[in-house]
Every structure is written in structure tokens, then in C-alpha cells.
Design a protein around this ligand. Sequence first.
Ligand code: PBE
Length: 311
Amino acid sequence: MFKLNWKHLGLTVGLSLTLFAAGCGSNNDAGETNKDNDDKANQEVNIGKEVGYKIIGIEAGAGVVKATENALEEYDNLKGWKVDTSSSGAMATALGQAIKKEEPIIVTGWTPHWKFAKYDLKYLEDPKEVYGGEESIKTMVRKDLEKSAPNAYKILDNFHWTPEDMESVMLAREEGTSIEDAAKTWVKENEEKVNEWIDGISQADGEEIELVYVEWDSEIASTNVIGEVLRQQGVKVKLTPLDNAIMWQSVANGEADAMVAAWLPATHGDLYEEYKDKLVDLGNNLEGAKIGMVVPAYMDINSIEDLEPAK
Ligand code: PBE
């Protein structure tokens, strides 16, 4: 009780000082202060209006696009908003152009991604947790791969790296290196890590493997790196880009051998439920992934809940 009174007293004194200071300001310079306030009111930005109540999406089949469509349903303030689908490349171009002009933009984003190294960005808070929390990326292979390609299977099972590893490959490619060279360089410079993946592997000559992936920057990086390691061990490797749902389906029905692009539990949760009984889950190849709405750090907004409803 006693303590509380003292706190109150402190607050009162503090408040009076603030009022006093504010009072002094308007006495000395009343006109100026009013003008400032007027300007502020006029400048009141409506981010929703500025971005046309639109979120820049990527490929229609991506989990982050589906999650964003869910967000538009879940958040009352996002009634009337739209998510534009295109491609990961188009999203990155739009983001780069907006940042050049310091214009507002909202994109469907994910980590790991080179955009966080290149630009100052932030995730909008998602109090309803529509985008889920931290995710892992998992490796899924077809049934019986262990029998037909035991060495490749073991290497895929051992494949595990960090968001920083993945980002460095993505960044090299973004800066103009071909993905083949970026993957080779990473493998060369990370011998210790790669040696753990190929530990105990006898040369896998004669084994063949088809890796399927989606042309997202993160998956281009991971698939090419593990592809390069398999190749160096004598495996004949084919990389096939597909749509997300088809990627899952092709490994589940045995048309393709493996994928290292399963984002779980949330992003690809629906596809996992559909196909999990037909797949062999080789566990995480990366921890610390995330998806969400991403904006440039200069935008004066922090939460999805603060976006204005469409008019
Ligand atoms: N992504 C990258 C994918 C998973 C990997 C976030 C664009 C998706 O949304 O499905």
C-alpha cells in the first residue's frame, strides 16, 4: 500500500512536469505547435490505401499464399484485402522497386531468404498466429528408396544445415553467381559439414536419384547443394522443378525419389496430412524457418492487426 502511494506520487510529479514542459512550449511558440499538429493530421498515412489493400504473393500453390488467404479471413480488419499471386521472382522485384523509392509494400515472405541480408525488413506481428510459429524444413523420400539407392538414401538422411548456410548460397546466387557454382563453392568451403553427410558412404556409383523441388530461392539453394554432394559421391542426379502440390504427390506416388523442401508443421501441413502415409520422413534438414507478412523496416506499422480495412 505504502509503496503504491509513492509510485502514484512519482507519477503525478512526472505528469505535472510533462504538462508544464508542454505548456511552456505552446506559450512560447503557440502558432508553430498548432501548425505542427495540423501537418501531422494531414500526413496521417493509411497504409492499406497506399498499397491498394493488396499483399504481394508468390506462386498460387505456396503455403505462404494459402496462409495469407487464411489471414484475410481471420483478421476482421483485412476484409476486402487481396493477395496477388505471381512468382517468387516477381515478388522480389516488386519489393526491390518499392524499397528503391521508399514506398510502402507488403509481401508474403519467409526465412531463410536473401532479402533479409540485402534489405532492412520486418515481419508484421501475427497475434492470431495464422502463420504458425517457427518451422523446420524436412526431407521426404519415396518408399523403398533405401533398397534401390542405399548410399543416396543415407546422404539424404544425413543432410542437415543451418539458416545461415542456406542464406549464403542464396545470396551468392542473388549477387550473380550461377546456382551450380554457388552450390559447388559452398560444398568446397564446408568440407567438415559435408563430410558428416557422407560419413561411411562407399562410392555410390550407379545409383540414380531424381530430386524434385519448387523454384523458391530457398529450395533452389538446398536442392542444388545436396544434388552436388550426391553427384560428387557418384550418384547420377536429376533435378526437376515442379509446383508445390505436384512435388509432394510425385514423391508420394514414387514417380520421383526425394525432396528436401517440406516446410512443417504449418506451411505444408495440409500436403503432409494428405501424403504422409506414402512417404518416408527423414527428419529435419534445417531448423529456424518462418513465414509471414513482411514489410520494409521504414514502414510505420508493426502488426497485421493495425492494417486498415478496405474502403
Ligand atoms: N516458401 C518457401 C514455401 C516453402 C518454402 C515459404 C515460399 C511455401 O510457402 O510453400
